[in-house]
Design a protein around this ligand. Structure first.
Ligand SMILES: NC(=O)c1ccc[n+]([C@@H]2O[C@H](COP(=O)([O-])OP(=O)(O)OC[C@H]3O[C@@H](n4cnc5c(N)ncnc54)[C@H](O)[C@@H]3O)[C@@H](O)[C@H]2O)c1
Length: 350
């Protein structure tokens, strides 16, 4: 902290940076978004002209040379997360990086190593952990209300919400389709609810059945069918070393009744629940009960902003970050396992 404030540099100034990260940092009193780097001129102009960000570059390395910058916030496409993170940590910056933290086990291991070597914080932006409903459920889990949670069914399903930008549909930028984009969110949340057990094995299958079809319309507009080279639907079955299991299914396009379903249902020996609804299903003295936790009555929180606020607190107070990079490593292990299992048709044992 060289200027009486924590200075942040954002790398990648597209949708999520403008809509969520920049306003999240702006809310905090002792923080300034001091610089941004983006390869796009439009993004750089937006930052300097609309938001009056004073230092704007086309190369993120310029941000890393700025001694006064404390934190690098990475909002570039997935493919670049690893290199930017490692370079930023080696330059002595703390890093908060959008999900998925990286695209492979090897990459995440390299990031963890750089974080440890440089004694700088590293955290993936898994904002679902910071939703009000997740906070309540996690507290109940820690109080033992669910007993042993032995299975979960996690959905990140969209009927016709395919993000048309190359960031999400070209493997060279995204690394994968809905599994990496939205599956990672619900998987991280579910795995955290289950106490972050170690992965034992993964079975999975990915499909591209609808995204190439010209008669299919997306509710977020047209996409380039020829450039589309990721899955549009994926499923995985994960077994942990403690024998608990997760069934995960996600899609950008699927023929299903609802427009979308982002949820996880936890099955415990004492109770069950579906996030984010909050209806606790249990039995007391032989009577089945559905207890409504009335989540809607809790004060609203913007989970991305909460994630940013808590990350800053960890930097300031030198505390361990709430989304530990070692936990993100297990999540990436599961995703890599699903893709590998789909390719080989075999179970992947870790
Ligand atoms: N947590 C969430 O809810 C959430 C939501 C959307 C996206 N994301 C994540 O945020 C990241 C960005 O997604 P987005 O929707 O903002 O995408 P986007 O395409 O809108 O923005 C990405 C920006 O990065 C820039 N960029 C590309 N390569 C770069 C590089 N090498 N250096 C600097 N800038 C570069 C692009 O020009 C663009 O402006 C992805 O990792 C995505 O998974 C997270």
């Amino acid at each position: 902290m060289l200027r009486g404030k924590y200075l942040v540099g954002i790398v990648g100034f597209g949708g999520i940076a403008r809509m969520v990260h920049f306003p999240g940092w702006k809310k905090l009193k002792d923080v300034e978004v001091f610089a941004i780097a983006d390869v796009s001129k439009e993004a750089r102009n937006y930052a300097s002209e609309k938001l009056e960000i004073s230092h704007v570059y086309d190369d993120y390395k310029k941000l890393l040379e700025m001694e006064e910058i404390d934190i690098i916030d990475i909002c570039a496409p997935n493919r670049f997360h690893y290199q930017i993170t490692v370079d930023a940590l080696n330059a002595g910056k703390h890093v908060i990086c959008e999900k998925p933290l990286a695209l492979s086990i090897e990459e995440v291991k390299g990031m963890i190593e750089a974080s440890k070597k440089n004694r700088k914080k590293l955290m993936a932006g898994q904002h679902l952990r910071f939703t009000k409903e997740a906070k309540v459920i996690k507290e109940l889990i820690e109080d033992g209300v669910f007993g042993e949670i032995y299975h979960a069914i996690a959905f990140a399903l969209r009927r016709r919400y395919l993000p048309p930008s190359p960031t999400f549909i070209k493997k060279e930028l995204s690394g994968g389709g809905p599994m990496f984009d939205i599956g990672v969110h619900i998987l991280d949340l579910t795995y955290w609810f289950m106490g972050c057990p170690e992965v034992h094995s993964v079975n999975g299958a990915t499909y591209t059945k609808l995204a190439k079809r010209k008669d299919i319309r997306g509710l977020w507009g047209e996409w380039d069918r020829d450039a589309y080279d990721v899955e549009d639907f994926a499923t995985g079955f994960i077994r942990f070393k403690n024998n608990a299991t997760i069934l995960l299914t996600c899609s950008f396009l699927a023929n299903m009744e609802k427009l979308s379903d982002l949820s996880t249902t936890l099955f415990g020996t004492e109770a069950g629940i579906r996030w984010p609804d909050g209806k606790l299903a249990t039995e007391k003295k032989g009577v089945l009960q559905n207890i409504d936790l009335k989540m809607e009555t809790l004060p609203d929180v913007e989970p991305h902003h909460e994630e940013i606020r808590i990350f800053l607190e960890c930097v300031k107070e030198d505390k361990e970050v709430p989304v530990k990079p070692e936990e993100s490593l297990e999540v990436i292990k599961m995703l890599e396992g699903i893709y590998k299992s789909s390719e080989t048709g075999k179970e992947v044992i870790f």
